[in-house]
Design a protein around this ligand. Structure first.
Ligand code: ZN
Length: 88
């Protein structure tokens, strides 16, 4: 899993805002992200360890240890879900 920091997510956040990929919730901390460029679907998962966020995606960029925009799309949906839980 890749540790998500403010630094290494910057570029992916910008790309995600531009492409606005579709995200589908599968189960807790597990999402499917539909590629904005082709028909690929990437599964992303998240974890929190000692207050630090970690994420993993199936795409080539993630394999190389880079934070991709799929991760950001999933993370955004994850944060949104967590905030829904809290307000209930
Ligand atoms: Zn990815």
């Amino acid at each position: 899993m890749i540790k998500l920091t403010t630094e290494n997510t910057k570029r992916a956040i910008a790309k995600c805002r531009q492409l606005k990929p579709t995200v589908r919730f599968i189960k807790d901390r597990f999402f499917a992200v539909y590629s904005a460029n082709n028909s690929n679907v990437y599964h992303v998962s998240f974890d929190v360890q000692n207050g630090e966020k970690f994420g993993e995606c199936e795409c080539k960029a993630s394999e190389r240890g880079l934070v991709c925009y799929h991760l950001i799309a999933g993370a955004t949906a994850n944060i949104y879900r967590q905030s829904l839980k809290r307000t209930r």
